[in-house]
Design a protein. Structure first.
Length: 125
């Protein structure tokens, strides 16, 4: 099996398992409402960059990443138990603000559409 194919399969597996572990099984309230948006595994499968997004804007990025870092030993233990990987990768968490940016772009597009519709309605009256 090609290294690239194995890398992608491990990324998908880790993404699924981390979504379950982080999203539902951690007891820390700072970690609730967290979505795993992406997982990137190194070619040697020894490190994994996990990108997360918190749906509650009141929780700071720093607090979220600190809480996830504290939970890393538990998370790696769960990965080892569930995934059956020869080597459990070191897990590093990063905040992904792409969902928030996408929501902002959607909001701006909705505003533009509303503004364009307003003059058209005025002409029709």
């Amino acid at each position: 099996m090609s290294s690239n194919v194995r890398q992608k399969r491990v990324e998908e597996l880790l993404s699924q398992e981390l979504s379950i572990i982080v999203g539902a099984e951690l007891a820390d309230p700072a970690i609730s409402l967290v979505d795993v948006t992406n997982v990137v595994v190194s070619k040697d499968l020894r490190t994994a960059k996990v990108y997360v997004f918190h749906r509650d804007e009141a929780v700071s990025q720093r607090a979220l990443l600190k809480a996830l870092t504290r939970a890393t030993p538990y998370i790696r233990g769960e990965i080892a138990e569930r995934c059956g990987l020869r080597v459990v990768p070191e897990v590093y968490f990063y905040y992904d603000d792409a969902p928030a940016r996408a929501a902002r772009v959607d909001e701006l597009l909705r505003q533009l559409a509303t503004e364009k519709a307003a003059p058209a309605q005025a002409e029709g009256e």
